[in-house]
Design a protein around this ligand. Structure first.
Ligand SMILES: Cc1cc2nc3c(=O)[nH]c(=O)nc-3n(C[C@H](O)[C@H](O)[C@H](O)COP(=O)(O)O)c2cc1C
Ligand code: SF4
Length: 452
């Protein structure tokens, strides 16, 4: 069986009428939502736990475990779908929203039944001008059929879904910032704990899940959690929807088994490198994730396989700064948001690093000092290296700034800026040093260096 034969969410991508409720129902859609309204909440939860479904928003946290953090007998529980998708290189949720909005709504009904939710929200990125009306149409169609609102499918369940449009801030994809924004406040992350599952929207228990995470639920209910777990590998169930961009022949959105390696993804799924050039670097899951070299691509692009590897752990980026990401845990990189970026041999890695740190400096919410100041300095120093104005010692300076940010901030945007920087420095250090060597920087004349 080829990679394209097994599909859960993407089966009807590219079919023009796929977004209509009639088409979705003609393919068996909404049967699981109807069934969920008659199923005991704990039974659904047990299947989700069994499925090994892990969050597709970035961290890969097990969904069934997250749902279990909601305090028992909570009177009000909210469900919020994170459709903010602003991580550079990532465009898979946008595709799901465009082609299969009813899978998301059906998944929300399944989740709401299990969690006892009466009000759910979809927080959609403000720039998704094309997708927002499609999702709103799908919600309206579901209301018109009696699948949402009072007595969903004629049952005793009540569920309202509200589509809320963000205003274009990357930080509003971070779950606590998203909740602040949804409450009408500034999109500032909050310290965790308490986690949203305990204290979230308007102080009530709230489950925040990614679009793809939720869209998998109807399949899990239909085929059983075990079948979903069996599709996956190890502690990760199911398939993964990835968006692939960069210097490959066939960029796009693909739903793939978790066993597919980086090399297979490039050669067998994406038709190889553009112009027959060689691979130089691959970012596996959005620009927050450390970059991989060609020698590291023979690994499944799966949560655990990408995360634990000893090879990089011992590397010292610069004196006193180790490439040790995540509280002493040895990480190579992470599967992140599923946004794969492939770079060929002609890519200038210093310019690529600058583009990434510049993004984070622009998007820092400014709340905590290491991130606000550190990302600005990272961008400034990497920019001067890139523009041949680098100074001796700049590589170590960049490493020490990144090291000062990592692990010292309120939310993970700080790590998201620091980790890729340290990876670029470790793996492509020669390119940074070469640019500094050919720098046009001349120290300004001071009394001290005039004298010497
Ligand atoms: C800076 C930042 C941006 C994020 N952006 C998104 C996003 O756009 N979409 C998303 O689903 N998760 C995003 N996340 C992760 C969310 O905070 C959260 O973990 C996720 O929505 C949970 O859903 P899941 O368990 O289904 O993955 C972001 C995290 C951070 C730190
Ligand atoms: S780490 Fe950055 S984005 Fe996150 S709260 Fe602090 S300043 Fe804001």
């Amino acid at each position: 069986m080829g990679y394209f034969d097994v599909k859960i969410i993407s089966e009807h991508f590219d079919v023009p009428e796929a977004k209509s409720l009639d088409y979705y129902e003609s393919k068996g859609g909404y049967r699981m939502a109807r069934q969920a309204t008659k199923t005991a909440p704990a039974e659904i939860h047990a299947e989700v736990k069994k499925s090994n479904l892990r969050g597709r928003g970035g961290a890969g946290f097990p969904t069934g475990i997250k749902w279990g953090f909601v305090p028992k007998d909570s009177e009000t529980v909210y469900l919020v779908v994170n459709a903010d998708e602003s991580e550079p290189g990532t465009f898979k949720d946008r595709h799901i929203l465009f082609w299969n909005p009813h899978a998301l709504i059906e998944g929300m009904i399944v989740a709401a039944r299990s969690l006892g939710v009466r009000s759910a929200y979809i927080y959609i990125r403000g720039e998704m001008l094309r997708e927002a009306p499609i999702v709103q149409d799908a919600i309206d169609q579901a209301y018109a059929k009696g699948y949402l609102g009072e007595r969903c499918f004629g049952s005793d369940m009540h569920l309202d879904i509200t589509l809320y449009r963000g205003a274009g801030a990357y930080i509003c994809g971070e779950e606590t910032a998203l909740l602040s924004s949804l409450e009408g406040g500034r999109g500032w992350p909050r310290l965790k704990p308490p986690f949203p599952a305990v204290k979230g929207l308007w102080g009530k228990p709230t489950i925040v899940n990614n679009v793809e995470t939720i869209a998998n639920l109807p399949w899990i209910l239909e085929h059983g959690g075990q079948a979903f777990a069996d599709l996956g590998v190890g502690r990760s169930g199911g398939l993964r929807v990835v968006s692939v961009g960069g210097h490959i022949n066939k960029p796009g959105v693909y739903e793939l088994p978790l066993t597919v390696t980086g090399n297979q993804l490039i050669e067998e799924v994406c038709g190889g490198m553009r112009g027959g050039r060689k691979v130089k670097a691959v970012i596996p899951g959005g620009v927050s994730m450390p970059v991989l070299t060609p020698g590291e691509l023979d690994v499944p692009f799966e949560f655990d396989a990408l995360q634990t590897d000893e090879r990089i752990a011992e590397v010292e980026v610069s004196p006193g700064v180790a490439f040790d990401l995540g509280g002493g845990k040895t990480l190579r990189t992470m599967a992140g948001s599923g946004g794969v970026i492939v770079m060929d041999e002609q890519t200038d890695m210093v310019s690529a690093a600058w583009r990434i740190v510049h993004f984070f400096a622009e998007e820092s919410c400014g709340q905590c000092t290491p991130c606000r100041e550190g990302t600005g300095w990272l961008a400034a120093v990497v920019k001067r290296i890139d523009q041949k104005q680098g100074r001796p010692g700049d590589v170590d300076l960049v490493a020490s700034i990144a090291d000062g940010i990592a692990g010292n901030t309120i939310c993970a945007l700080g790590d998201a800026a620091a980790w890729p920087t340290l990876a670029f420095l470790t793996k492509y250090r020669g390119e940074f040093e070469a640019k500094i060597k050919s720098s046009n920087y001349k120290p300004r004349a001071t009394r001290e260096n005039k004298a010497s």
